[in-house]
Design a protein around this ligand. Structure first.
Ligand code: SF4
Length: 189
């Protein structure tokens, strides 16, 4: 995967990769794993976050997610923070693991994990496989970086840059996640 550059055809993506590889050059947008997840949940939520309109992280859902993450597979994984962009856990067998409470919201965590694999591969030349784990459901899913999934990541990164660059938030539209979203007071009251 590392040697195959054919899936990287965009100027913006090439520029982002070049800047991430050179610590003295800041990328246009510093893209974190959480931003990738927000992009796939609601782009409006991503825009609020990019403007520092933050949410109360002490709410019950977030506390539960943090608890499950912090108390699952603790003996078999080690945490790393890389370039201030991504924080990931490596299992003993070398796979990158992302722990989630529920598999209901499948796409956002899958894209977040793919971004980690893409970032390791494209910025640091390290090839890894990924595992999405749902300890409360006792299930796991393998996630691999391929040409197709790398293209999905790059389309996401372009979308994030466009969203964050915009002067105003994306148009308000009802989403399945609105009822449990911590920005609902801003959006709907
Ligand atoms: S309340 Fe709905 S529209 Fe507003 S940020 Fe949350 S998910 Fe997006």
């Amino acid at each position: 995967m590392t040697d195959d550059l054919s899936y990287s055809g965009s100027d913006r993506i090439d520029d982002l990769i070049e800047r991430e590889r050179a610590p003295h050059r800041e990328p246009q947008v510093r893209i974190t794993g959480l931003m990738v997840q927000y992009y796939h949940v609601c782009q409006r939520e991503l825009w609020f976050m990019s403007r520092g309109i933050d949410i109360d992280r002490g709410t019950a859902n977030i506390r539960r997610g943090s608890y499950v993450d912090e108390h699952s597979y603790r003996d078999n994984r080690r945490s790393f923070s890389i370039d201030g962009r991504i924080s990931l856990d490596l299992l003993d067998d070398g796979d990158v693991m992302e722990v989630k409470v529920s598999s209901k919201l499948e796409e956002p965590p899958r894209m977040q994990l793919l971004y980690y694999l893409w970032y390791l591969d494209r910025i640091h030349g390290v090839e890894k496989s990924g595992v999405l784990a749902y300890p409360e459901e006792r299930s796991r899913e393998s996630v691999e970086l391929t040409e197709d999934t790398a293209s999905e990541v790059e389309a996401t990164l372009r979308g994030i840059i466009d969203t964050v660059d915009a002067e105003s938030p994306p148009k308000l539209e009802k989403k399945p996640y609105c009822a449990s979203c911590l920005y609902q007071d801003i959006c709907w009251l």
